[in-house]
Design a protein around this ligand. Structure first.
Ligand SMILES: [Zn+2]
Length: 100
């Protein structure tokens, strides 16, 4: 199965010669909720489905990674979205503050 990025407006796929990494939705329920809110996804999505979902590295900043540059920090949520339509209302920051 080809791994694809679930972020709306992003069509990255896993390729052999690519530096793009793919990250799974966190398994911790609180963090999962924050990610799904940020990604504008249904928070009641079954965990079984989430296991197949990935977010590519283009939605994270360098600061989101641990010193190895391969793993995301525990507190990280995707922050970079190249959405053509500006989302009004809650920024990712506001979402994570509300849910924590
Ligand atoms: Zn992506």
């Amino acid at each position: 199965m080809v791994i694809t990025c679930i972020v709306k407006g992003c069509d990255n796929k896993q390729k052999v010669y690519s530096t793009v990494m793919f990250h799974r939705i966190p398994t911790h329920h609180k963090r999962r909720k924050v990610w799904l809110a940020v990604l504008n996804m249904d928070p009641t999505t079954p965990v079984q489905m989430l296991k197949n979902w990935h977010v590519c590295s283009e939605h994270f900043t360098q600061q989101d990674y641990t010193s190895t540059g391969l793993c995301l920090k525990d507190t990280t949520t995707p922050t970079i979205f190249k959405s053509p339509t500006e989302q009004s209302g809650s920024s990712p920051d506001a979402v994570s503050k509300r849910l924590y």
